[in-house]
Design a protein around this ligand. Structure first.
Ligand code: ZN
Ligand code: ZN
Ligand code: ZN
Ligand code: ZN
Length: 494
């Protein structure tokens, strides 16, 4: 189900996870490290639309033989082990088990994989993360009602021979599915949880050295995103890199049971990005940072100006974050409201602070919608604002995701679109005397941006959302070359 590059090996580790993938010789950016088929594909817990257990498209029919497992018009059979299991269990359980409790699908399928001698060993390798025993209020309760109780009451437990189904095991499996799942996109555009035994067990680092892609068959491919030296550990990242340290820690704890102490987390300046820094009130140009951001795995600490040494109370920092969080909820997703918020809180936070980044992302996505609207003729001011936001965000993305990065590729593509649009508008107006020369320079610049964006996305399978961007970039490249040709022929004709 999986194959590793010969340049890596699994080694035992004292820390979590207990086995880590380590480079045995140097890896170059783009080297394939791991290829793996999913062990399990499951809809999100809250998904109500039944999906074919084979192809994961919407399902409106059941397997004709066992009458319990959902299939589609195209898929008429599913693994014989599962089908036989349900045929044997038919007397014990309701035919409507999945129709009435579709949320149990993922756990039920995992139980079948554990029961099946062919896959049971592989299932055992699924990580039991440190947080597995946490009885988490909301999520735990929801699973208790929607998954655990229906399974226990269905009578299906007695049909299992190898697996002993207990209340605790079912909760652990829910946790394992979530902790080992990647979000994958089906061909109908819906997202699913893909559980990969090896891919999911890479240790976390907020600055990963790999990039992961999924093709139409949901196969996972892990590439080196940067140069990896022999002896270095292979890392993945399980958080949004545009979040600040406190946010990332919260998310990692909640979803993976991880306490990260990577280079970025241990650095109060977050690799020089200042993504969690505030402006000092005591001196001009000074920034207040949390100097004990990861002590004891906690993100609270002492807030101190790196310039004048003045302290800021942790409560004050917290209150500012609460205030901006509440204000964000009141914007009604309006452009003007976001711009006002950005201006107001720019007085308190470093321009790269994660809350300002969040506001800027919101502004950028509204601008994107306006600029994409074929009914609207974009004004120069909107395009200039979009470019400005991109220019502020791109160095940040670069700093936290060096090497080959999807996010940076997407950012470059967004930048390219507005850059071309504005360059053409300015040229059409021909305000400056050297308009043609300026336009030519911009086109050559755009050519570089497009090439860079393509390079960042070069591993994306053509059917993936990022893969679609590749064909859009190719269209922009054609537009650039067409423009350059026209400029040239005009010049030669003159
Ligand atoms: Zn199907
Ligand atoms: Zn069947
Ligand atoms: Zn970290
Ligand atoms: Zn200061």
């Amino acid at each position: 189900m999986q194959s590793y590059s010969e340049k890596v090996k699994l080694v035992k580790s004292a820390s979590f996870p207990s086995r880590q993938l380590v480079a045995t010789s140097d890896l170059s950016p783009g080297d394939v490290i791991l290829e793996e088929q999913p062990l399990l594909l499951a809809p999100h817990w809250e998904c109500e639309q039944m999906k074919c257990s084979q192809c994961m498209q919407a399902s409106f029919v059941m397997c004709k033989k066992c009458e319990i497992f959902p299939l589609c018009i195209d898929c008429t059979t599913h693994p014989a082990f599962d089908c036989d299991f349900f045929c044997n269990a038919a007397a014990k359980i309701s035919k409507n088990l999945l129709v009435e409790n579709y949320a149990i699908f993922g756990v039920l399928k995992l139980l079948l994989l554990m029961e099946n001698p062919e896959s049971s060993e592989y299932c055992a390798a699924l990580s039991a993360t440190p947080g597995a025993t946490v009885v988490d209020s909301d999520a735990w309760q929801e699973r208790e009602v929607q998954i655990i109780t229906p399974i226990l009451q269905s009578g299906i437990a007695s049909a299992f021979k190898r697996v002993k189904i207990t209340h605790e095991l079912l909760h652990t499996l829910c946790w394992r599915i979530d902790a080992n799942a990647f979000e994958v996109t089906a061909s109908d555009g819906n997202t699913l949880k893909g559980v990969y035994g090896c891919g999911a067990q890479l240790p976390h680092n907020c600055v990963p050295n790999t990039v992961i892609t999924f093709d139409e068959e949901f196969s996972l491919k892990l590439y080196a995103s940067a140069r990896i030296r022999a002896g270095e550990i292979i890392y993945n990242s399980y958080t949004n890199p545009l979040m600040g340290t406190s946010q990332r820690h919260h998310e990692l704890r909640l979803t993976k049971g991880i306490e990260c102490t990577c280079a970025r987390c241990s650095d109060p300046l977050e690799l020089g990005t200042h993504m969690s820094s505030l402006k000092c009130r005591k001196c001009a140009g000074g920034f207040v940072v949390c100097t004990t951001s990861v002590r004891n795995g906690k993100s609270s600490g002492e807030w101190k100006c790196v310039n004048c040494g003045a302290f800021m109370a942790a409560d004050e920092v917290k209150q500012l974050l609460v205030d901006v969080g509440e204000a964000l909820l009141e914007t009604n997703s309006e452009l003007f409201a976001y711009e006002c918020l950005l201006e107001k809180y720019s007085a308190h936070f470093h321009q790269n602070h994660f809350v300002l980044v969040e506001i800027k992302q919101n502004i950028a996505s509204i601008l994107r919608a306006i600029l994409m609207n074929p009914m609207c003729v974009p004004g120069k001011d909107l395009l200039e604002r979009k470019l400005q936001l991109c220019e502020e965000m791109m160095p940040l993305v670069r700093a936290v995701l060096p090497g080959i990065s999807k996010l940076y590729g997407i950012a470059l593509y967004e930048y390219l679109l507005s850059y071309m649009e504005l360059a053409e508008l300015v040229y059409e107006d021909k305000e400056a005397a050297d308009a043609a020369l300026v336009f030519q320079e911009k086109l050559e610049n755009a050519r570089d941006i497009a090439a860079k964006a393509k390079e960042m996305l070069r591993f994306e399978p053509s059917n993936s959302p990022e893969g679609h961007l590749l064909s859009r970039i190719a269209m922009e490249q054609k537009r650039i070359e067409d423009n350059l040709r026209q400029l040239n022929s005009k010049r030669n004709g003159a």
